[in-house]
Design a protein around this ligand. Structure first.
Ligand SMILES: [Zn+2]
Length: 333
């Protein structure tokens, strides 16, 4: 019960922050300093909504009823500009079922822009990926808001997971969500500010939010301590799905209450991957049980203590992957 109350309280904070910031920025004639503060509020409120409301709701963890979860998950469309319908396939199916499996998990398959795991073929430009990848993270949200969703629907799949064209309510949600998003983010502000200022501020806002969201997700799976696999490797050495999830995932800052509050349980990704339909406000308690059982059964369980340590591990992993030679599986053809 306490977990649910905390979950809904966080939703109110996230929505309240977004609404107050937007109203001040667009209708409040705020001047420079209050304007910057409001923009900061908008930047803070967006990942908060993504991590603490949208992510839980699209997993079916926010409410007990499926329809209410879909409605709350629609915050992805209306507030973040991403299709929640496509997100559920990309994240719930492709990423959660095939975590860190090359070609199946779209999050970890970013070729030819970056090489995130050993089984992917090397390219000369990957040697610099630990420097340029941050720029890619900055434009990731913009890509999904503009061409990413459309391209996935045209392809009809994400990774190897089928993505059917939405129908009826799903289609209405997709189109309505895009209209509302473009409305509050671009069109309405243009009635108040010059178009170039709106586009400039929007780009800056989108890039900062994108960087925060992308890095937060990457710290759990794209680090030195995480395991990676190809479908061929898993066919030769089958393993229990739960063991695979624990060993391809890393927790970070589990004892930091501020980070735990802000990232909506995404620092407890091991627990999230084992129990995605449980609200994230319960993960701290579940983590103790999972860790104890992992130790008992000899399953590797890694929790990075600090945010800095997790960031360094991500950076070093990118550098190592960029420098690594041809993987044996590729060499043998
Ligand atoms: Zn998830």
């Amino acid at each position: 019960m306490r977990g649910r109350v905390e979950l809904y309280a966080k939703g109110i904070v996230a929505f309240g922050l977004l609404l107050a910031s937007w109203l001040t920025l667009v209708l409040g004639d705020p001047g420079l300093w209050l304007g910057l503060l409001s923009l900061g509020g908008l930047i803070a409120g967006t990942p908060l909504t993504a991590f603490c409301v949208m992510h839980d709701a699209n997993h079916g963890a926010y409410f007990r009823a499926r329809r209410l979860n879909h409605l709350m998950g629609w915050t992805a469309d209306a507030l973040l500009g991403l299709s929640s319908y496509a997100w559920r396939v990309k994240h719930n199916v492709a990423h959660h079922t095939y975590t860190n499996v090359d070609g199946y998990d779209a999050d970890i398959t970013q070729v030819p822009f970056a090489r995130l795991m050993p089984v992917q073929a090397p390219r000369p430009w990957y040697r610099l990926q630990h420097y340029y990848i941050w720029a890619l993270y900055c434009v990731m949200a913009l890509r999904w808001q503009t061409v990413g969703d459309v391209a996935a629907f045209v392809r009809g799949r994400i990774g190897t997971s089928a993505l059917r064209l939405p129908r009826r309510w799903d289609l209405a949600g997709l189109i309505g969500g895009k209209v509302i998003f473009v409305g509050w983010a671009i069109v309405v502000p243009m009635f108040v500010y010059p178009w170039w200022a709106v586009l400039g501020v929007y780009l800056a806002y989108s890039m900062v939010v994108s960087l925060i969201v992308a890095v937060t997700f990457q710290l759990a799976h794209c680090v030195e301590e995480a395991d990676f696999a190809s479908a061929e490797q898993l066919a030769i050495e089958p393993r229990l799905w739960a063991v695979h999830e624990v060993e391809t995932t890393v927790d970070f800052c589990p004892r930091n209450p501020i980070i735990s509050w802000m990232v909506g349980g995404l620092n407890y990704q091991i627990e999230h991957h084992l129990f995605p339909r449980v609200p994230h406000t319960h993960y701290a308690q579940i983590a103790k049980i999972v860790q104890r059982n992992a130790e008992l059964h000899g399953v590797r369980y890694v929790a990075q203590r600090s945010l800095w340590g997790a960031l360094r591990s991500h950076f070093r992993h990118l550098r190592t992957m960029g420098r690594l030679g041809v993987p044996i599986a590729v060499e043998m053809g």
